[in-house]
Write a protein that binds this ligand. Structure first.
Ligand code: SAM
Length: 266
């Protein structure tokens, strides 16, 4: 165990900021130290300050940098978080019935709970009609776990009994206390890594884009750049859902609010 010096804290958080766009303040010092300690030990360099020095000088393998980024992102999420968006989605999907493929993007999908909540609503409203969900996130670890679709039961506390029964399998034996999203839903949700701070991978045009609980980590110029990039993938009549705590009002974007935390092209 070693303490992360103020210089090392600045060096590693600057590096993380350059990659992710997220600025971690001094208030996160203890958190950064504890999250990096295990990585440093596993890498064979238990002195955190030497580990950071090697990291910023590019003397560590590339996959160690990926692990650092994974460790420093905040991935907290759960099913049917901020339920008003899912009610709006259900209305839109119901109105869309018979209108071609319905496409939804979960733009910071973390471990996938948001994308699978969307999938349950679309399976309910659109059934076997064409619909697809894309989930993207910066962190390789969460993207990998999203693809599995296996979760501790407590993450589903906001999920209706009806949806749990229709779309999830209850774990037994070694999987007791967990749920698995059914294959029919998993096959409609595609997860990939994408950094919102960089040019986006090839993605279709979406009817609905969820971009929730990620903008809070960025300063205003970065927020504006991200939203401008994201709405290039929004259909003319499509809607964007930022988190309810993430107002876009001050960003001077070509968007209009049509309801709380629901935006359309202006
Ligand atoms: C708190 S989670 C939000 C998950 C979900 N959208 C929700 O509202 O519950 C924030 C996610 O944003 C991702 N993230 C942070 N910076 C990112 C970036 N530059 N590009 C893409 N994803 C990013 C993190 O990896 C994390 O999984």
């Amino acid at each position: 165990m070693s303490n992360l010096s103020p210089q090392s804290f600045t060096a590693i958080t600057d590096l993380f900021h350059r990659i992710s766009g997220i600025r971690l303040t001094e208030a996160k010092h203890a958190l950064v130290q504890s999250r990096l300690q295990k990585l440093a030990t596993d890498s064979g360099e238990p002195d955190l300050n030497v580990f950071v020095q090697k990291m910023v000088r590019g003397q560590m393998p590339e996959d160690m940098l990926v692990s650092v980024v994974d460790k420093l992102t905040t991935n907290e999420t759960y099913f049917f978080r901020e339920p008003a968006h899912f009610e709006d989605l259900a209305r839109r999907a119901g109105a869309h019935r018979g209108g071609g493929e319905f496409l939804v993007w979960s733009g910071a999908s973390s471990s996938g709970e948001e994308a699978y909540s969307i999938a349950m609503v679309l399976a309910d409203k659109l059934g076997t009609a064409p619909w697809t969900i894309h989930g993207t996130d910066l962190s390789t670890t969460v993207v990998e776990s999203a693809r599995q679709g296996l979760y501790p039961m407590e993450r589903a506390r906001n999920t209706s009994k009806d949806y749990l029964r229709r779309f999830c399998l209850r774990g037994e034996g070694p999987y007791e206390g967990q749920l698995l999203i059914m294959k029919e839903l998993r096959s409609r949700v595609k997860f990939q890594c994408a950094n919102l701070m960089q040019p986006l991978p090839a993605l279709p045009m979406f009817d609905v884009i969820f971009l929730r609980n990620v903008l809070i980590y960025f300063d205003a110029p970065a927020k504006r750049a991200i939203v401008e990039r994201v709405i290039e993938r929004l259909k003319p009549e499509g809607v964007l859902y930022p988190g309810h705590a993430e107002s876009l009002a001050a960003l001077d974007l070509p968007l209009k609010a049509i309801a709380p935390a629901i935006y359309q092209h202006a």
